[in-house]
Design a protein around this ligand. Structure first.
Ligand SMILES: [Zn+2]
Ligand SMILES: [Zn+2]
Length: 292
């Protein structure tokens, strides 16, 4: 799919939609021919025949957003410094996911076929990336990953939101390096920004009720939080809490992958609840605390 969605912006996907492991990438036909993200599926390269790429801007390090970077040796490739180490080294990539720390098999994510990204430049929060007609403002929106960024075309009030993607699943924080507090702050920043149009990494184009959609998306995270707190009204181990399947209500196959991401998401969310004093940790067990 190579579809013109707005002025000089084209939405690309090699899947039927943008559902993981597929994703939506965006081609901007400007003076600087630019891709926002590259997917995991290398057949992507065929979609781009006849469309030169001068520059790739990555929203974050995940393979469904940077998986074809290595196939563009001529392009400038830019990303946020906090995510670059995980795009250049398999070992750091595994650390960002917490594979060793949570006892996952080393090959748990081998199907994400790691290739180092040849990053040439970095951007920081507030930078303006000038494509010619379009000026993209970098908005650092960490939490999903440390270096996750959204890009704002202020003139058109159009936001490329990456994996703050407005899917019904809600915000995803299944990495050791994810951070729930940061996701909340990042989403509040986007709600305040109040874009008219969002182009997201898994939901595509959203042009109606954007503000409400952002709020509902954030509410999903608070729903998770309520469920965790309810479950911890009696002391429970992380293992028991994992099998409550609060984050992924339906585990698909292979189950050990869902088990892993469910567990890491809970660890990440519990960090916030411990910090807020809503949960206590005694030995192996977690339980709601006085403040709850
Ligand atoms: Zn992601
Ligand atoms: Zn994604």
């Amino acid at each position: 799919m190579f579809e013109n969605v707005f002025e000089n912006i084209y939405m690309l996907s090699t899947g039927k939609g943008g559902q993981f492991p597929y994703s939506y990438c965006f081609y901007i036909d400007d003076e600087v021919k630019t891709l926002i993200d590259t997917p995991l599926d290398t057949s992507f390269i065929q979609l781009l025949q006849g469309h030169p790429v001068d520059m790739i801007i990555n929203t974050h390090f995940h393979r469904d957003h940077s998986g074809c970077n290595h196939l563009f040796p001529e392009a400038r490739i830019i990303a946020h410094p906090a995510d670059i180490p995980a795009m250049q080294s398999q070992e750091v990539f595994n650390q960002y996911y917490g594979l060793d720390k949570y006892g996952a098999q080393k090959d748990l994510l081998s199907w994400l076929s790691f290739h180092p990204s040849p990053i040439t430049n970095v951007f920081h929060d507030g930078d303006i990336i000038d494509l010619g007609r379009m000026q993209l403002e970098v908005i650092h929106t960490p939490g999903h990953s440390p270096g996750h960024c959204a890009f704002y075309w202020r003139e058109k009030e159009l936001l490329f939101s990456g994996d703050l993607d407005l899917t019904a699943f809600g915000p995803w924080y299944g990495n050791e390096t994810s951070d729930v507090d940061q996701i909340i702050t990042s989403l509040e920043k986007l709600i305040e920004l109040n874009p008219r149009i969002i182009l997201s990494g898994h939901k595509g184009m959203i042009s109606e009720g954007v503000q409400n959609r952002l709020k509902k998306y954030l509410d999903k995270l608070y729903d998770n939080e309520d469920k965790i707190l309810q479950s911890l009204s009696r002391p429970r181990t992380l293992e028991e809490l994992t099998y409550d399947k609060i984050i992924y209500s339906r585990w698909g196959k292979p189950e050990h992958i869902f088990y892993f991401f469910e567990k890491v998401s809970l660890v990440v969310h519990l960090r916030r609840l411990l910090r807020l004093g809503l949960v206590d940790n005694t030995g192996e067990k977690y339980v709601t605390a006085g403040k709850y």
